[in-house]
Design a protein around this ligand. Structure first.
Ligand SMILES: NC(=O)c1ccc[n+]([C@@H]2O[C@H](COP(=O)([O-])OP(=O)(O)OC[C@H]3O[C@@H](n4cnc5c(N)ncnc54)[C@H](O)[C@@H]3O)[C@@H](O)[C@H]2O)c1
Length: 347
């Protein structure tokens, strides 16, 4: 099967590209390499096997029109390319809209025009489409925030409530992707992803907090905690997510038209302070943390309820937070030089 992955040189995309290629599929990564670290990921994909790179920019219809017209035998699209940071979306909402909303629209139109054999269009949406969960009853127990009226996490019946330009642009795209299944009969699925973590993630302070804090702790950089550090997130190991992409591609009859909340779920949660304690213990030193004010739009709690995914696709995460954190720390240990040189370039 030919699989086209937008954002295929990014963190999640490069994992997906390598996995699907190893399964014997022909993989095209469509990526304008705008994110720092992506050139290195492309080089790694080239060194480890066959890969075709299309340098198109999803904001530009002419480029997408041309790129997809060269791959009319594509059977699956994983649409992962995005502007990914809430903070950046606040400083530059125009660019955020053009990449996330217009870019997704261009991909859908390109699929409608050029991909007659398409079996599945997977869209990586975000839990930010549920906004601040204002009617959630916050409770602090054992230094962890929780929602007493959502004990099993947030399900798909939660009201959509887009917050921040990033939430709005991803949310608009989320709805377009769903509607192209209804109106144009293009098989699509929306995955509203929680926090994804894993190797090859060059996290920065604004996005990718688990990788950012782990790299910072292991390379002696200053870490600032925004808010009280008791915020809770569910963490999903990237390889578990890629297996879910595969299930969606292989089961279009079940996945088509659906939106699924996708995360580590209630058994894979972590607070910022819990991560930092783990890292301090692993490094055997005080990390010298700084604290600053909570950032706008930062939810105190988000935990995904994955029940619908389990019921419809039989998927559940298999990597525990302990296993994932250890694998991440080991990858950083083994790749310290690459990571430090990436950080210098990004600075
Ligand atoms: N990582 C997470 O925790 C998380 C959580 C929820 C949702 N998501 C979503 O998953 C997807 C992948 O995220 P990631 O963490 O791998 O991010 P990433 O930044 O590592 O990857 C995004 C990729 O998109 C490419 N890109 C950006 N703008 C482009 C454009 N105009 N044209 C072509 N390519 C462009 C970048 O070069 C990069 O390779 C995104 O859609 C993101 O919103 C991620």
């Amino acid at each position: 099967m030919k699989i086209l992955i937008t954002g295929g040189c990014g963190f999640i995309g490069s994992h997906a590209a390598s996995y699907f290629r190893d399964q014997g599929h022909q993989v095209v990564v469509l990526d304008n390499l705008s994110r720092c670290g992506t050139e290195g990921n492309l080089e790694w994909l080239r060194q480890t096997g066959e890969i075709e790179h299309s340098p198109a920019d999803i904001r530009n219809w002419d480029q997408i029109d041309k790129a997809l017209s060269q791959h009319t035998d594509t059977e699956a699209v994983l649409h992962l390319a995005a502007q990914v940071a809430v903070t950046t979306s606040v400083t530059d909402p125009v660019n955020d809209f053009e990449i996330n909303a217009t870019g997704t629209f261009n991909m859908l139109e390109g699929a409608r025009k050029h991909l007659p054999n398409l079996k599945m269009f997977v869209y990586s949406s975000t839990n930010k489409v549920y906004g601040g969960l204002e009617d959630g009853e916050l409770e602090l127990k054992n230094d962890r925030w929780g929602l007493s009226n959502r004990p099993n996490g947030i399900s798909e019946t939660e009201q959509l409530d887009f917050h921040s330009p990033y939430g709005c642009s991803k949310g608009a795209a989320d709805q377009y992707v769903r509607d192209y299944s209804r109106i144009y009969d293009i098989p699509t699925v929306v995955l509203r992803q929680s926090c994804i973590y894993g190797t090859r993630q060059f996290g920065v302070e604004d996005q990718g907090w688990v990788a950012w804090m782990t790299i910072a702790a292991m390379t002696h950089q200053q870490i600032t905690v925004y808010g009280d550090g008791k915020q809770i997130r569910d963490l999903l190991w990237v390889e578990d997510l890629v297996k879910l992409y595969e299930l969606c591609v292989e089961n279009p009859d079940k996945a088509n038209g659906q939106a699924f909340n996708t995360g580590g779920g209630p058994t894979n949660t972590l607070s910022l302070l819990e991560l930092l304690n783990f890292l301090a213990e692993r490094e055997g030193r005080d990390l010298g943390l700084k604290f600053d004010e909570e950032r706008p739009g930062d939810q105190k709690v988000f935990v995904s309820n994955n029940t619908k995914l389990k019921e419809i696709l039989g998927w559940k995460p298999t990597t525990s937070v302990d296993q994932g954190l250890e694998q991440l720390a080991q990858w950083i240990s083994n790749n310290r030089e690459v990571i430090v040189s990436f950080k210098k370039k990004a600075a």
